[in-house]
Design a protein around this ligand. Structure first.
Ligand SMILES: CC(C)(COP(=O)(O)OP(=O)(O)OC[C@H]1O[C@@H](n2cnc3c(N)ncnc32)[C@H](O)[C@@H]1OP(=O)(O)O)[C@@H](O)C(=O)NCCC(=O)NCCS
Length: 185
């Protein structure tokens, strides 16, 4: 039985999008998650912290997330099949300033470009604004991640600032874009 997750005393339940469902990440999901995070063709797009995770570090991360009042990670499930295809998160929720960061990975590359990412971002940001009462969701994305930038723009994210040449990848330095979606509520 999965442990119940609370954020600011609010129980976090399954969230339904158009083609995906989001449910709170469970211990049984960690093996698949580690496999995705260890894949260089996926982790080249992610925060470098995740690149050298092993199961021990991942377990520590999971325990931290479980007990955190400012972080939640969801498993993304394809609605039709129930298959776990990726993860997404709201991190570093600042309840006073009503802002947080967001992360997403669709772990199986065969599932890229099928609309799952867009539906997930719309669903998790709606949850952040409508259920958690936040005002702003922010994220960092490397400039070479054209697919992700396209998804964020489609979902209404705007460029907030640029960290010039702060990320080294494939022999050169790249900009990191800070993007933001503000609540319309
Ligand atoms: C980024 C990611 C979450 C997007 O999810 P997805 O399910 O593939 O995205 P969607 O299918 O909803 O949308 C992809 C969009 O990008 C477009 N796209 C694909 N490749 C592109 C490229 N090279 N340049 C510009 N746009 C591109 C697609 O055409 C589509 O836009 P459209 O619907 O207007 O045609 C997913 O690809 C992923 O997990 N990537 C690896 C991890 C990652 O980058 N995480 C984000 C870190 S900030």
């Amino acid at each position: 039985m999965a442990e119940k997750k609370f954020l600011n005393n609010l129980p976090v339940q399954q969230i339904s999008g158009k083609i995906i469902n989001l449910r709170v990440l469970e211990k049984k999901d960690l093996e698949k998650t580690l496999m995705w995070l260890s894949d260089p063709s996926i982790n080249m797009y992610l925060n470098s912290n995740f690149r050298d995770y092993d199961m021990e570090r991942e377990l520590k991360w999971f325990e931290f997330i479980q007990s955190s009042n400012s972080d939640v990670v969801f498993a993304i499930e394809e609605k039709e099949s129930g298959i776990h295809i990726g993860n997404c998160s709201l991190d570093k929720i600042d309840w006073r300033r009503k802002i947080c960061e967001m992360g997403i990975v669709i772990g199986d590359k065969n599932n890229w470009n099928k609309g799952y990412g867009t539906d997930t971002v719309k669903t998790i940001t709606e949850f952040a604004f409508q259920k958690l009462g936040l005002q702003s969701v922010q994220l960092n994305v490397f400039k070479y991640n054209h697919r992700a930038i396209r998804v964020y723009r489609k979902c209404g994210f705007k460029l907030k600032s640029i960290k010039r040449k702060d990320h080294f990848h494939d022999g050169k330095y790249w900009d990191t874009l800070l993007m933001e979606l503000e609540s319309s509520l």
